[in-house]
Design a protein around this ligand. Structure first.
Ligand SMILES: NC(=O)c1ccc[n+]([C@@H]2O[C@H](COP(=O)([O-])OP(=O)(O)OC[C@H]3O[C@@H](n4cnc5c(N)ncnc54)[C@H](OP(=O)(O)O)[C@@H]3O)[C@@H](O)[C@H]2O)c1
Length: 412
């Protein structure tokens, strides 16, 4: 599909480049993608774009500098003309407001697309509206390619492959433990989380289902925690059911499972469960209460109003230098699908990125776009449609390792 697009003016356009995550993504591109990349930064404010372009030039003066494209994505015709000029589009706009506009423009102009949208409610809606059309047009749409849910999806994909390669076995469960992920959110993240309150209780309840985004249903029933919401794993240690994005990541990974044959690849009994590392039951219970309190704060109207007084607004986020010095780390165990669980071969996997969640996100977005641009090898023979980060498979893993991430698997 990309072969007839080589005459396009840009290899890559970043739409929403002036936002908090967009700026980090553009910076990663300037620092790490090939210096002859033809690219553009797009947004609705010329002043912000000029300021960003000046910063990018200072950082990397010897590369092709990005063109500036001023566009309000609600102006469909202008957006369409822009997207038509690019082979790949990274979208980092406020997805709940204007995410669909960019997706539609990409399908119409056969431009591959990648974003970090994480709301399962929006992704479900986009699957219903755009998956078939994108598949027919041969356009790739990859969502959730940020700190949530790219490393989780790729660790799972790599572990499943390891069990298949070494033991010719399918996977029964992937248990993931979040070791470290800073919880200072950006204004855009807060806004997305608050959007959930706009949906009715019934819809929110349905969105919790493990197979909500998958084309077929799997067999998961429980997340194996005890009365206190705790689980113990012999390799991962104490785990509490308090990982803030466990539901989103599980839905995305189960979509990968479903798209890759609904069991033919990962296994018919596969399920994904995510937890936070907890040093003791008391610490785990505290983590669970903390996560619940954050959820209530961001969804119940009077509490939301109070929260808004001290949380960052759209465009803002944690101090960039501070964010850069955080670390994202997670580890996982994949358990083979055999009758005797105790004798089941296991694969231990580990991911670490030397930067906070927003720098991790910028790296995944930029490297994911590079994978689409330079290789475009899609797992499972996919030709297009609404896919997940794991569809970029080994190529994205190599690229992310190339910019300092550790992503490894070993038999244990
Ligand atoms: N999955 C993950 O791991 C992950 C990680 C990071 C972020 N995210 C998600 O990414 C999204 C962005 O977060 P953020 O913190 O970067 O938000 P942000 O700083 O508020 O940035 C939003 C961007 O959208 C642009 N925008 C909004 N409406 C527009 C319009 N009509 N036309 C053109 N541009 C428009 C804004 O432009 P202006 O600059 O002109 O206002 C800004 O550039 C959020 O939904 C967040 O949840 C996900």
């Amino acid at each position: 599909m990309s072969k007839d697009k080589s005459d396009r003016e840009y290899d890559l356009v970043v739409v929403g480049a002036t936002g908090y995550t967009g700026t980090i993504t553009a910076t990663h591109i300037a620092e790490h993608l090939p210096t002859n990349l033809k690219w553009a930064i797009a947004g609705r404010s010329g002043v912000k774009l000029e300021a960003l372009a000046a910063e990018l030039k200072k950082l990397s003066p010897d590369r092709l500098q990005p063109a500036i494209e001023i566009v309000d994505v609600e102006d469909k015709s202008k957006l369409s003309s822009l997207v038509k000029k690019a082979r790949v589009c990274i979208s980092v706009v406020s997805y709940h407001h204007v995410g669909a506009e960019v997706i539609e423009a990409c399908i119409k102009n056969r431009t591959d697309y990648i974003d970090t949208a994480g709301s399962v409610l929006h992704i479900r809606n986009w699957i219903d509206k755009y998956h078939k059309a994108a598949e027919l047009a041969g356009v790739v749409l990859i969502h959730s390619c940020g700190a949530f849910s790219a490393p989780q999806d790729l660790l799972t994909w790599a572990s499943v492959r390891e069990l298949a390669k070494k033991f010719s076995m399918k996977t029964k469960e992937l248990v993931l433990s979040v070791v470290s992920i800073a919880s200072d959110p950006s204004g855009g993240t807060i806004e997305s989380m608050m959007e959930r309150g706009a949906f009715g209780a019934e819809v929110l309840e349905k969105a919790q289902q493990p197979w909500y985004l998958s084309p077929t249903m799997g067999k998961q029933s429980s997340n194996s925690t005890n009365f206190f919401g705790m689980r113990h794993d012999s390799f991962l240690g104490g785990l509490s059911a308090s990982a803030i994005n466990a539901v989103q990541n599980r839905a995305v990974i189960h979509r990968t499972w479903g798209l890759l044959g609904g069991g033919k690849d990962y296994g018919p009994n596969f399920q994904y469960n995510e937890y936070k590392k907890a040093s003791s039951t008391l610490a785990g219970v505290f983590q669970i209460l903390n996560t619940r309190a954050i959820g209530l704060l961001l969804t119940i109207p009077p509490l939301k109003a109070i929260a808004m007084m001290f949380l960052p607004v759209p465009g803002e986020g944690p101090d960039l230098e501070k964010e850069k010095n955080y670390r994202v780390e997670m580890e996982a165990v994949a358990i083979a699908d055999v009758d005797d669980d105790k004798a089941a071969p296991k694969v231990y996997s580990h991911f670490a990125y030397p930067g906070g969640p927003y720098h991790t996100t910028g790296a995944f977005l930029a490297q994911g776009a590079a994978s689409l641009l330079y290789v475009r090898k899609l797992e499972g023979g996919a030709v297009g449609g609404l896919l997940t980060p794991a569809f970029l498979g080994a190529d994205l893993i190599e690229r992310i390792q190339g910019v300092g991430a550790e992503l490894s698997t070993k038999i244990v």
